[in-house]
Design a protein around this ligand. Structure first.
Ligand code: LLP
Length: 385
C-alpha cells in the first residue's frame, strides 16, 4: 500500500500555500493503469486539463502515454513537455482558427470535432496548408453520468458534442470534405464516475452506432470513450489508486471492438488526483459564537473545487501533536463566503502555525488556481524519488 508521507521538516521552511506531489504514488498509479491495458488495442491519452505542471507532464510522458488537449495553450504545454504531435488529441467546443492552425502545423493525431461548422473550418485551414487533418466526431450520446451537474457532459442539454439526430449528417459531411480524414467517434459523458453503469450504457450506445454506420458502409479506425474515472476523495490513504481494473473491464466486456480498431481513453483525475495535496498554514484560530474557524493562508484561489462543486477534500493537520480533537470550519482569506474548504472538520487541536494538507488535490487543483485578490499563484514541491 502506498501512503503519502509528508516531509514536514522540509515543509516548515517552505512558503505556503503550495502543492506537494508524491511522485512515487504517481508512478505507481501509472504502472497500475498500464498493467490493465497491456496487450490490448487500447491507448490512454492523459487529459492535461487535470494538471499541466511540467514535472507531472514529464513523468506521464516517460510512462509512454499519449495526451488530450483542449486549447492551444495545452498543446504548447504538451509539446514543451516532449509529447510529439502524433500523440495529441485536441478536443473542445470552441477551438479558435489559431488553435486549429497550431494543431495542423504539428500534424496532431486527431481533432475531436464538436459541431458541423467546426468541420468546415478545420477543412478550410487544412487546405490552406496543403494538409489533411485527422478528425473524430464527438458524439453527445445523451447518457446521464449521474455526477455533479457542472461536470456532466453527455446529456443532450449539454453544450458538448454532436447530437445523435445530427450524427448521420456530420458523418456524411466529414466523408465529403476533401481535407479532413474521418478516423472515428469520440465520447465523454462526465467526470468523477465511481459507478460504472453509465459506461456500460455508453458501450451499448456505441455498439448500436457502430452497427448503424456499418449498415451504411462506414467504419471507424478509432473509438474514443473519453475519461471520467473517479477517485476516492474520502479515503486517499486507503484507496490511493483508482479502480482501473473495473473501469477497463467494463469496456472490455461491453464494447464490441472491430478487428483492427483501437479504443482510446482520456483519463485525467484518475492519474493525478491522489498524488497531490495542497499544503497550507493556519494563520489564526478564531472562536465564533457557534463555530471555531481555522483561517488558513490558502483560499479558493488555490483550490476552487469546494467553492465551485461543493467538493470535500480530506483535511489533515500534519504538524499537530495534540491528542485532543476539536471541530473547525476551515476557511481561507478571500473576501467571499464560499471561500471555505470544510465545515465541522474534526482535527487534532489546531493552532496558529500548524500545517494542514488538503488531500486528493492533484487533479483540477493547481491548474485551476487564479489570482483573484491579486494573490500569488501557489508553487509546487515534489517528493524525492
Ligand atoms: N475528455 C474530455 C473531453 C473531458 O472534457 C474531460 C474532462 C476529460 C477527458 C478528463 O476527465 P477526467 O478523467 O479527469 O474525469 N474541474 C472539474 C472536472 C472537469 C472535467 C472536465 N472534462 C473537477 O474539478 O471536478
Amino acid at each position: 500500500m502506498i501512503k503519502t508521507i509528508f516531509p514536514i521538516d522540509i515543509f516548515k521552511h517552505c512558503e505556503t500555500p503550495f502543492y506537494y506531489y508524491d511522485l512515487e504514488l504517481l508512478k505507481a498509479t501509472l504502472r497500475e493503469m498500464k498493467s490493465h491495458v497491456k496487450g490490448l488495442p487500447y491507448k490512454v491519452h492523459y487529459a492535461v486539463k487535470a494538471n499541466a505542471n511540467p514535472r507531472i507532464l514529464h513523468e506521464i510522458r516517460e510512462a509512454g502515454l499519449s495526451i488530450d488537449c483542449v486549447s492551444g495553450g495545452e498543446i504548447v504545454a504538451a509539446l514543451a513537455a516532449g509529447f510529439k504531435g502524433d500523440a495529441i488529441a485536441f478536443a473542445g467546443v470552441g477551438k479558435t482558427d489559431r488553435e486549429i492552425a497550431l494543431g495542423i502545423n504539428h500534424d496532431i493525431f486527431c481533432f475531436n470535432v464538436e459541431s458541423l461548422p467546426e468541420l468546415d473550418v478545420i477543412n478550410e485551414i487544412a487546405a490552406t496548408k496543403g494538409k489533411k487533418a485527422n478528425v473524430a466526431l464527438r458524439v453527445n450520446p445523451n447518457i446521464d453520468a449521474h455526477t455533479h451537474k457542472y461536470i456532466t457532459t453527455g446529456l443532450s442539454e449539454n453544450k458538448f458534442g454532436i447530437n445523435l439526430e445530427l450524427l448521420d449528417a456530420a458523418v456524411d459531411k466529414a466523408l465529403s470534405l476533401p481535407d479532413v480524414n474521418l478516423m472515428g467517434l469520440h465520447f465523454h459523458i462526465g467526470s468523477q464516475l465511481l459507478d460504472f453503469t453509465p459506461y456500460k450504457m455508453l458501450c451499448e450506445r456505441i455498439n448500436e452506432l457502430q452497427e448503424h454506420f456499418e449498415n451504411r458502409g462506414v467504419s471507424f479506425k478509432i473509438i474514443n470513450v473519453g475519461g471520467g474515472l473517479g477517485i476516492d476523495y474520502a479515503n486517499p490513504d486507503a484507496n490511493p489508486i483508482p479502480d482501473f481494473k473495473g473501469y477497463f473491464d467494463t469496456f472490455k466486456e461491453n464494447l464490441k471492438l472491430r478487428p483492427g480498431q483501437e479504443l482510446h481513453f482520456e483519463l485525467g483525475r484518475a492519474i493525478v488526483g491522489q498524488c497531490g495535496s495542497l499544503i497550507t498554514r493556519v494563520l489564526y484560530v478564531k472562536n465564533g459564537t457557534t463555530r471555531n474557524f481555522a483561517i488558513v493562508d490558502a483560499g479558493m484561489t488555490d483550490l476552487i473545487r469546494p467553492a465551485l462543486y461543493q467538493a470535500h477534500h480530506v483535511v489533515q493537520n500534519i504538524t499537530s501533536e495534540s491528542v485532543e480533537t476539536a471541530k473547525y470550519d476551515i476557511v481561507g482569506p478571500i473576501c467571499e463566503s464560499s471561500d471555505k474548504f470544510a465545515s465541522d472538520e474534526s482535527l487534532p487541536e489546531t493552532q496558529r502555525g500548524d500545517l494542514l494538507a488538503l488531500r486528493s488535490a492533484g487533479a483540477y487543483g493547481e491548474v485551476m488556481s487564479m489570482q483573484y485578490n491579486c494573490r500569488r499563484l501557489p508553487s509546487s514541491h515534489f517528493s524525492r524519488e
